[in-house]
Design a binder for this molecule. Structure first.
Ligand SMILES: C[S@@+](CC[C@H](N)C(=O)[O-])C[C@H]1O[C@@H](n2cnc3c(N)ncnc32)[C@H](O)[C@@H]1O
Length: 271
């Protein structure tokens, strides 16, 4: 075969490849246009926190456990994908006791932040006194064993441990401290606490994060969260953190999530 014909074959091949690629590009483009025309499903206005295997239709189901195959998997406590001031309902069934005791209020503040003003929190958790009562009534080993499991969790995997528990009073104070009005709080099946609560205070909006100096912001934050002046070293260290780049909302949440807030809210409510 002469040089001329090899060139022709090569040119013909390039032409065919070019046409093939152009066709593929057109197909990709057409698919892109088709995809863009399909509207994204809106995010549900109810969220099921710690859904586990109980994934509910009509809810955004979230969990920290990959085995749950949740709609959103929370990794390293990063819940920044969850919209704020958006949901009408937060459902948290049998979840709060899985969160470390010292983080209970921080978790409730986050859940409150997911909700619109007037949104509802529906909660179920374990009652320490309810389980204790059951233990006291049980006379057989197998019964006391089962109630011990109810108190401390199945412990089948790392997320399956109970790290805290509540009484009506301690749950009430936590809910009030997170800015909820308690509509209903009761013992269910003798050992579970169920609560329905409404967001009536927006801790995140309690200080306008855009105005004033860092010092003014911190003074306002302490007044709002723990009802007192902030002074001296405490003020210095708080404003230093802001200067180092800590967001005002993060600093505000730390004050609202402090044990001091729980004690002061309890005191104010004569509890
Ligand atoms: C006992 S299961 C309850 C599952 C489900 N809500 C139900 O009622 O069947 C507790 C779930 O809470 C999840 N969990 C624990 N800590 C969490 C957190 N900080 N945020 C979201 N989910 C969490 C666990 O992974 C687990 O799936």
């Amino acid at each position: 075969m002469g040089k001329f014909s090899v060139d022709r074959i090569a040119r013909g091949l390039h032409y065919r490849i070019g046409r093939y690629i152009a066709k593929q590009d057109a197909a990709v483009q057409a698919q892109r246009e088709k995809d863009a025309a399909v509207p994204l499903a809106p995010i549900p206005t109810k969220i099921n926190v710690g859904c586990g295997q109980d994934k509910r239709p009509g809810y955004l189901n979230i969990d920290v456990d990959p085995a749950s195959r949740a709609d959103i998997l929370i990794v390293d406590n990063n819940d920044s994908a969850i919209p704020r001031n958006y949901f009408e309902e937060v459902l948290a069934h049998d979840v709060l006791e899985h969160i470390p005791r010292a983080k209970t209020l921080a978790a409730l503040l986050d859940w409150a932040d997911y909700l619109i003003y007037g949104g509802k929190l529906i909660l179920q958790t374990s009652s320490i006194l309810g389980v204790a009562e059951k233990l006291q009534q049980s006379k057989r080993y197998e019964q006391q064993h089962a109630w011990t499991v109810c108190l401390f969790g199945n412990q089948a995997h790392s997320g399956d441990y109970h790290l805290t528990g509540f009484t009506e009073l301690t749950l009430k104070v936590h809910l009030l401290a997170a800015g909820f009005r308690i509509d209903h709080l009761a013992l269910r099946e003798d050992w579970l606490l169920t609560a329905e609560a409404t967001k009536v205070y927006d801790w995140a909006a309690s200080c306008d994060a855009t105005v004033g100096s860092d010092t003014e912001f911190m003074r306002e934050a302490y007044q709002r969260a723990v009802f007192r002046d902030v002074e001296g070293e405490e003020l210095e260290s708080a404003t230093r953190a802001l200067k180092l780049g800590v967001a005002r909302k993060v600093a505000l949440k730390a004050i609202y999530a402090s044990p001091e807030r729980l004690f002061r809210v309890a005191q104010r409510n004569d509890l």
